[in-house]
Write a protein that binds this ligand. Structure first.
Ligand code: SF4
Length: 158
């Protein structure tokens, strides 16, 4: 059975760095028994709102391996909060039996395949966010919200 971990902001929770959400209304049609949600950055102890943060010179796999850092726009190293939040989110997902995760695209935590490039200029580069990297390392299939919506067109929710 497919069970999902979903980025809290995609379900309308105002947990983004800027205090806003990224609601994908189609996700609200999922039955509650099939998903659990949380915000990894808040699980790591960061507040909302908070300065935006981006991974420098690498991606989430590199942060987990201590080869790269996450800096916020004020120059603070928030790597440990991102790592702590990722492991907390993984525990929640595993305890729930999540097989898949629908994670917000491009985020330094939740992005998969593409993340902001560390320049705080809106440019992107290939790679995964810290939580997306940890989930994939533990066998959870990670989708962006767009990938989920594309799949939904082929297999509508019942
Ligand atoms: Fe939280 Fe992930 Fe959404 Fe960022 S993208 S606000 S870390 S749930």
């Amino acid at each position: 059975m497919t069970r999902y971990f979903i980025s809290a902001c995609l379900l309308g929770q105002r947990v983004r760095y800027d205090g806003r959400d990224c609601l994908i209304k189609e996700l609200l049609a999922l039955k509650a028994e099939y998903y659990i949600s949380a915000c990894p950055e808040m699980l790591g102890g960061l507040a909302t709102p908070r300065p935006p943060a981006e991974i420098q010179f690498g991606d989430g796999h590199d942060v987990l391996g201590a080869y790269a850092t996450v800096l916020d726009s004020q120059g603070q190293d928030v790597s440990q909060a991102f790592i702590k939040g990722a492991y907390h989110a993984l525990k929640i997902a595993q305890d729930f039996g999540a097989t898949h995760a629908i994670l917000k695209s491009n985020s330094p935590s939740c992005g998969s395949g593409s993340i902001y490039d560390g320049s705080f200029s809106g440019q992107k580069s290939s790679g995964d966010g810290v939580t997306a990297a940890l989930f994939s390392q533990h066998g959870i299939s990670v989708l962006t919200e767009q990938e989920f919506l594309n799949a939904l067109q082929c297999n509508p929710l019942k």
